[in-house]
Structure formats: C-alpha cells, structure tokens
Ligand binder design. Structure first.
Ligand SMILES: [Zn+2]
Length: 222
C-alpha cells in the first residue's frame, strides 16, 4: 500500500488534532521510512520480480521493519518518545495505532510476505495487489476519505497552508498513478534511494500543517 498510509496519517488528525500532521504521516508510514534505511544497511532485502503481483513487482525480505511484532515495537517506541517530548497522550496513542495500521493495510495488499515476528515462517498477505482495479479502488477511497477528514478538520491560515497542502495531495496522486503505469525501478538500490525521499514528505506535511489551524467544531463556534 502507498497512498493508503498517507490516508491514515491525514485521518489521524481527527483523533489527535494537536499532533503535527508530519508526525502522524511519519507514524502511518514509519516502517516504510525505515525499510530503505535497513535495505541500504543490508539488514533487509528487496528484489525486483516482474509479475510478483499485478501492482507491485517486488519480493521483500523485511522482518525488522515489516513483521507484526517489530511493528508493535516501533509503535511503542515512537509513542513513548512522542509522549516523553510532548505529554500529549491522545497524540501518543494515535501514533501507536497509526504505526500498527501500516502492517494491517500491508497485510491486505501484499502477497503473503509479511512475517508475524523476525524469523517466523508464517507469512501473511491477502494479495489485493493481484488486482489493479481492486487496489486503486480501495486505496483511492481511503485516500479521498483521509484527505477529506483533514481538510474538514483544519483550514488554511495563509497561502502556504492552502497551496502547500493541495500540491502535496496532487503530487502523491501523480506519484501513485505513475507507479502504477510506469516501469518497475531498475533495482533494489534505486528503489531504496527513492524510498528515502518519502522522508521529505514528512517534513513537507509538518510544514503546511503549521500553516493551517483547527476549524472550530460547529457546537463551539459562535
Ligand atoms: Zn509497508
């Protein structure tokens, strides 16, 4: 899953309005942010395997980032760090749930390649990626819903808050469509380096989120 994780980050703003969208998007995508680092460090592997699934031509070995147990561990680590820095409990709980949501959404889309724990031989994956139409439908609906929740929760304070937000959304859609239509990456190294660029989206989201403010709920507005 790709833009579906961003959808979770956007929607999480509803559960934790005071948390930065950058942090929430980092939480929902955390294990994909770690994966390229672990790949470049040699702890995890990806092979380009044309036809592995209709959507994603990849064969992954990624127990440290993408096993369920590791996901829970990353969730606790991120949540505890966040709580220690901010004392914002709703934010910390939302972060933990968002990190774990990644595994569940990947379990829906990947072919069975997600271990339950590092070294485990039971591999989970329902294989939605075998259907391009099904993937686009599910992920597209999730993304629209997530963006809608965020846009309804917040309003721009200035031009940055408006245009940096909508250009972020537009670029994600363009990248998603081109990943569906374009050729697979030339190799694991290129894929990992491109994967690192996702960190920029975290800072981009944090940036425009600071230029937006919470909308007053109808019950409390005068
Ligand atoms: Zn993932």
């Amino acid at each position: 899953m790709f833009i579906g994780h961003y959808a979770v980050g956007f929607a999480a703003k509803r559960a934790a309005p005071r948390a930065s969208l950058g942090v929430l998007i980092a939480a929902a995508g955390l294990v994909d942010l770690l994966f390229p680092i672990f790949t470049l460090a040699g702890f995890e592997q990806v092979r380009i395997e044309p036809g592995a699934t209709a959507v994603a031509p990849f064969a992954f070995v990624y127990p440290l980032s993408h096993s369920l147990l590791a996901g829970v561990g990353w969730a606790l680590l991120f949540a505890v760090l966040y709580w220690a820095l901010t004392r914002y409990l709703a934010g910390a709980v939302t972060i933990a749930l968002a990190v774990v949501s990644h595994w569940l959404l990947d379990a829906l889309t990947h072919r069975p390649d997600l271990p339950l724990y590092p070294g485990g031989t039971t591999l989970i994956g329902l294989g939605l990626w075998n259907s391009v139409a099904g993937t686009v439908l599910v992920e597209g609906l999730l993304f629209v819903a997530g963006v809608w929740v965020y846009a309804a929760m917040t309003r721009p304070r200035d031009r940055t808050g408006r245009y940096a937000f909508w250009s972020f959304v537009a670029l994600l859609v363009v990248l998603y469509v081109s990943s569906l239509l374009g050729p697979p990456p030339p190799g694991a190294y290129a894929m990992a380096v491109v994967g690192l660029l996702a960190w920029l989206f975290v800072f981009w989201a944090a940036w425009f989120d600071r230029h937006r403010t919470e909308r007053c709920p109808p019950s409390t507005s005068r």
